[in-house]
Design a protein around this ligand. Structure first.
Ligand code: WT7
Length: 657
């Protein structure tokens, strides 16, 4: 074990040999779940187990049937049940006398602080719900939300839920062009956005960017004032959020929703350029997120201060900043800004300031902190922390150990949570009071969840690598792709029969039943835990007039997990230069968002294609990562690879990044 006088580096190196990290005894003794029999109980009566979790919510009408799986893959959970999500997240806590409890300690970029109680949210949500009704939003209508991390984003989502409108949140890092596309796909008639968004001391003119592309697409735009930057307002269409709230009636009774009524659509990237509209419904989703938030984070709502440092625009934010924590009456931190502004210790300042006890973030963030150095966390008292979580991508053992040691002080269990936009809630992890953690493995399927690793024929492969599948329906599962039932079936349920969900990840299960996630097997790239489709980025690149063709791959990257490398062929005899690199990166930023910009652009005279014209991305990945090239005989023109190798060598020699 570590001794005095060792450097941090030496201590971490020694820890690399430790494969198992059991929960500390005092953690176990006080854990929400510490009895391993929960796994068997759920196994013995799977529907009964989920019914028990659903019973922790307030239902207007109880369900008749827990699960209807008679028409797979179209599942129905808690059939006949009625409930309202905003009632469960707000009214019931206020009614129980917890209105004064802080729902969010909000922290702005410039250090502004705001404590928003459950009563505050309850008041504003009702008002905004009424305002939305006043502008014509009815049950079943879609409302697009394009907001930074401001308290109004929670109000907007819950106001939709209150009246049965379906929200479609678009991550603030997406470009206006992407917002427009998602509004079109989801047929939203109303957009809730902001005048300007703060980022590292600058203000991005969000509203004017939206105005440039939106045309007559929506009837109403509600604008939150955040930046005081005189956003242009169009008479009759645009309304200030604060003015609407002032004018709105105070009371808005929650609409009793069917358990299977849609709650939201969230677009995510798939194998093709068109994003997939993941549809989540009401009863099963809320059951799934409330249960997992309590069980996985060992939540004690009266004591804990919980902080999920994701953005609300991704599913992590939906499930574990908004719905899970609020359903459980938790006190959370919501932070607007970047992890390195005004300085690289801002996260740790926040942990100390609000006495955060549970922290949930992405491995990329941990790797960035590691790089910056332990001196930043060491400036602050982090002793309030008692549980740490990660999500979004595999975590390398080195980063895991750094998190455990430097942030957790060696006595906080870490939960590595595997799930997806599609699954709605955490599927695979280690229940922290029950299971030991193994750095690099997400752990085991949660009670009530079943997973398998199979080969091409759908047969279990033991401890070999294979396709990760989920072999039973679960309450928070996606119900379909919005208005694309066929694509839903083809994408997830065709490969192994209609009752097995194809995840899209490769994985391995070890002798202890722990899952080790390898990564995506489709054309999806995971950059800093942000999911992107290679086709989406390619189509953005080829929309540049000088580009003839492009092939995009995810290249292993020390900082961001994967990074985007683009192989680009130019029109005619054009030559690539630094200026064009900049222009192409800007093109991608404008089409998708800055986070999708290629890190590396390689000029190619031609791309490796099969005789039928399909680009062989596998070869491009091999060549970019400097691996031996496998079989190239199926290529139409095997010389292409040699030329490309030359280009890459040239480029690496020049050292241009
Ligand atoms: C993909 C889903 C779930 C919220 C964030 C991402 C990868 C997710 C882990 C993990 C290894 C992970 C998978 C998955 N992934 N969590 N703990 N270990 N890989 O949601 O954008 O829908 O992406 O992220 O590849 O399929 P998403």
């Amino acid at each position: 074990m570590a001794t005095e006088g060792q450097t941090l580096e030496q201590q971490l190196d020694e820890l690399l040999d430790q494969e198992r990290f059991p929960p500390p005894e005092d953690f176990k003794a006080n854990a929400v779940i510490s009895d391993a029999s929960i796994y068997e109980r759920a196994e013995a009566d799977f529907e009964g187990f989920w019914a028990e979790q659903a019973e922790m919510l307030d239902w207007d009408t109880k369900w008749d049937t827990v699960l209807d799986w008679s028409n797979p893959p179209f599942a129905k959970w808690f059939v006949g049940g009625k409930l309202n999500v905003s009632h469960n997240c707000l009214d019931r806590h206020v009614a129980a006398g917890r209105g004064d409890r802080v729902a969010y300690h909000w922290r702005g970029e410039e250090g502004e602080e705001l404590d928003i109680t459950y009563a505050d949210l309850h008041r504003d949500v009702q008002k905004l719900a009424n305002a939305l009704k006043d502008v014509g939003v009815a049950k079943g209508d879609v409302v697009a939300i394009y907001l930074p991390m401001v308290p109004e984003v929670a109000v907007a989502m819950l106001a939709c839920a209150r009246i049965g409108a379906i929200h479609n949140v678009v991550f603030g890092g997406f470009s206006a062009e992407s917002v427009k596309e998602r509004i079109e796909f989801s047929e939203a008639k109303v957009l809730i956005t902001v005048d300007g968004a703060r980022r590292k001391g600058k203000t991005a003119p969000i509203k004017s960017n939206v105005d440039e592309v939106i045309g007559d697409l929506v009837d109403t735009i509600v604008v939150v004032r955040r930046a005081d930057n005189d956003a242009p307002m169009k008479q009759g269409r645009d309304h200030w959020y604060h003015e609407l709230l002032e004018a709105a009636a105070d009371e808005c009774p929650p609409e009793p929703m069917d358990a299977e009524d849609p709650l939201y659509i969230l677009y995510t990237s798939g194998s093709t350029a068109k994003p997939k509209g993941i549809l989540h419904t009401t009863g099963g989703y809320l059951t799934g997120v409330a249960y997992t938030h309590r069980a996985v984070f060992d939540l004690k709502p009266d004591e804990d201060v919980y902080w999920c440092a994701a953005d609300v625009g991704w599913v992590t934010g939906h499930s574990y900043i908004i719905y899970g924590p609020l359903a459980n009456g938790a006190t959370s931190v919501m932070y607007e800004g970047a992890p390195d502004y005004p300085d690289k210790d801002i996260w740790w300042e926040i942990v100390e300031r609000y006495k955060v006890s549970i922290l949930y973030c992405a491995p990329t963030a941990i790797r960035a902190c590691m790089k910056w150095g332990a001196e930043y966390p060491e400036r602050h008292d982090l002793s309030s922390l008692r549980l740490l979580g990660t999500v979004g991508e595999p975590i390398n053992p080195k980063a895991w150990l750094w998190y455990w040691k430097v942030i957790g002080g060696g006595n906080c269990p870490i939960v590595d949570t595997w799930w997806q936009t599609e699954t709605g809630a955490i599927m695979i992890t280690t229940l922290p009071g029950v299971l030991e953690a193994k750095p690099g493995s997400a752990g085991r399927p949660l009670p009530g969840i079943d997973a398998a690793v199979v080969n091409e024929q759908g047969e279990d492969v033991g401890t070999e690598q294979g396709y990760l599948t989920l072999t039973r329906p679960w309450p928070a599962m996606l119900r379909t792709l919005f208005k694309e039932d066929d694509r839903f079936v083809e994408t997830y349920w065709d490969k192994f029969g209609r009752e097995t969900y194809l995840v899209g990840d490769a994985a391995r299960r070890d002798e202890d039943g722990y899952f080790w996630i390898i990564g995506r097997i489709d054309d999806v790239v995971n950059v800093s835990g942000h999911r992107l489709s290679t086709a989406e980025v390619e189509s953005a690149i080829v929309s540049h007039p000088k580009v003839a063709e492009a092939a995009v791959i995810g290249q292993t990257d020390e900082d961001t997990g994967q990074a985007i490398t683009a192989f680009v062929t130019l029109e005619g005899s054009l030559e690539g230069d630094d200026e064009l690199v900049g222009a192409i990166r800007e093109q991608v930023a404008g089409r998708i968002g800055k986070f999708a910009r290629p890190k590396r652009i390689i000029w190619a005279d031609d791309l490796p294609k099969t005789r039928s014209g399909k680009i062989m991305r596998r070869l491009l990945r091999d060549i970019a990562e400097g691996r031996e090239l496998g079989d190239v005989t199926t290529l139409r023109d095997p010389d292409v690879m040699e030329q490309l190798e030359g280009k890459i060598r040239e480029r690496d020699a020049e050292g241009t990044g």
